[in-house]
Design a protein around this ligand. Structure first.
Ligand SMILES: [Zn+2]
Length: 101
């Protein structure tokens, strides 16, 4: 039997534990996002800008709806491309004072 945290386990053994659901969600999301990968540089710059202005990555994750892990991978340069959806969501995150403008 496939281990927990795999889509195989989710699909073929109908396991709905947190790990398996997470694996399934991640895969579905990746599939939906296959419409295109974009250069992650603007996203990284945005994350740096937000951090320098007191908006922590955890907060960006909350606001954008993306996991802290995916944002980290971009922030520290490990990931050079990201989905167009992620870029859109992160670039839409505003620092508190920006929403007033
Ligand atoms: Zn499971």
């Amino acid at each position: 039997m496939a281990p927990h945290g795999t889509t195989n386990r989710y699909r073929h053994y109908a396991c709905r534990c947190d790990l398996c659901r997470q694996a399934q969600n991640t895969t579905q999301r990746a599939y939906r996002n296959s419409r295109g990968l974009v250069d992650a540089t603007p996203v990284r710059e945005r994350l740096v800008f937000l951090r320098e202005n007191g908006v922590r990555l955890t907060r960006v994750a909350e606001l954008s709806g993306w996991s802290k892990q995916s944002l980290w991978a971009i922030a520290d340069g490990r990931q050079e491309k990201c989905s167009a959806d992620l870029a859109e969501d992160v670039l839409a995150v505003r620092a508190p004072w920006e929403s007033a403008a």
